[in-house]
Design a protein around this ligand. Structure first.
Ligand code: ACO
Length: 311
């Protein structure tokens, strides 16, 4: 038997009304949202590292300015998402602690190294491209602050995706060495980008409840299929080879068939054993420690202001 509060909550979900911070919500809904939104925020912030690595080595002033701005946007996305998550009753410092201690995950994709400049193009195109497919769907999520955050984030991600594709296009249409570099980046980032959508629906622990509560609006496999389908033509336009030799249009399904992913690699990376997991967290801890004086200064300033007001 549902309590009247639960009934009202489910009525709102079914009527596509947003759930707002002060509304009653089941504990498990709140917990699930905190888990997903905080991991999403961590992904945005950790995601600054692989690309940040190339800011000082961008091939031109224009590329440097664009990359700098994109990486700053990712920091902004992290901040919107941390703020949205705080409305659910968790503090920023608790979330950071969970990230640094390994209790909260962040997207597997950011544990792959960026070896060449083409990787920056591939990340903008494929990683931000995959993120958009997921986030456009999340614009309709049932939690108000998350949904509104997604609308703004998607606008910026779409610029990121285009800058990445444009950088790839320049390389793919450049010298044979540049084209080879673009192909190599595509070959390395294509599969991890598909893993961003999470495990198969049959293996996804949270999907069923998240779909019922409309936290997620489309399943992991459906979103991954959308991305597979949209990427085929983009690879063709670049004049590059598709990394999946089994990619084939299926008339009956109206979708491309593709190879399955290396799920051992996926689980290994999300459980902390990817190429860069340790480096990413160590860097985050160091940057956070270095910023302690800023947090202390803000606290002291706020205390001073409060004391003045109380006089
Ligand atoms: N990387 C790391 N962890 C993952 C990934 C991934 N690619 N996919 C799934 N997982 C984790 C889940 O977080 C969950 O772990 P947990 O129980 O410890 O929290 C576990 O694997 C099982 O997966 P699911 O049950 O399928 O998890 P969920 O329903 O949350 O679906 C998904 C995963 C699709 C990533 C969802 O959380 C989501 O849409 N998140 C918001 C988008 C997002 O986080 N994007 C980050 C990358 S985009 C960017 O930063 C530019």
């Amino acid at each position: 038997m549902m309590t009247p509060e639960e009934q009202n909550f489910m009525r709102k979900i079914e009527a596509e009304e947003k759930i707002e911070p002060k509304d009653w919500m089941p504990d498990a809904y709140r917990k699930n949202l905190i888990r997903q939104i905080s991991q999403h925020a961590h992904s945005e912030v950790i995601g600054m590292q692989p690309e940040g690595n190339w800011i000082t080595r961008a091939p031109s002033l224009r590329r440097k300015a664009v990359l700098l701005s994109k990486v700053q946007d990712e920091a902004g996305h992290g901040l919107y998402l941390y703020s949205a998550c705080e409305t659910l009753g968790i503090s920023r410092s608790e979330m950071i602690e969970q990230l640094q201690s390994g209790t909260a995950k962040y997207s597997s994709i950011f544990n792959y190294p960026t070896l060449t400049w083409a990787d920056v193009g591939a990340i903008g195109w494929l990683v931000d491209g995959a993120a958009i497919v997921n986030q456009v769907s999340l614009q309709r999520t049932s939690y108000g602050p998350y949904s509104r955050g997604m609308i703004r984030i998607c606008k910026e991600e779409s610029f990121h995706q285009r800058q990445g594709y444009e950088a790839m296009l320049a390389l793919a249409k450049g010298s044979p060495e540049q084209k080879a570099m673009a192909q190599d980046a595509l070959n390395r980032f294509y599969w991890p980008a598909l893993m961003m959508f999470g495990p198969h629906d049959s293996e996804s622990a949270h999907s069923q409840k998240s779909m019922e509560w409309k936290i997620k609006r489309e399943t992991n496999d459906d979103l991954r299929q959308k991305f597979v389908d949209q990427t085929v033509k983009q690879i063709e336009v670049l004049g590059l080879e598709h990394p999946d030799k089994n990619i084939k249009w299926n008339e009956e399904r109206g979708h491309f068939d593709s190879s399955d992913l290396n799920w051992d690699e996926f689980w290994s990376v999300i459980n902390g054993n990817g190429h860069c997991n340790r480096q990413r967290i160590e860097h985050h801890v160091a940057a956070h420690d270095e910023g302690e004086w800023v947090r202390d200064a803000i606290t002291a300033y706020n205390e001073k202001k409060r004391a003045k007001k109380a006089q």
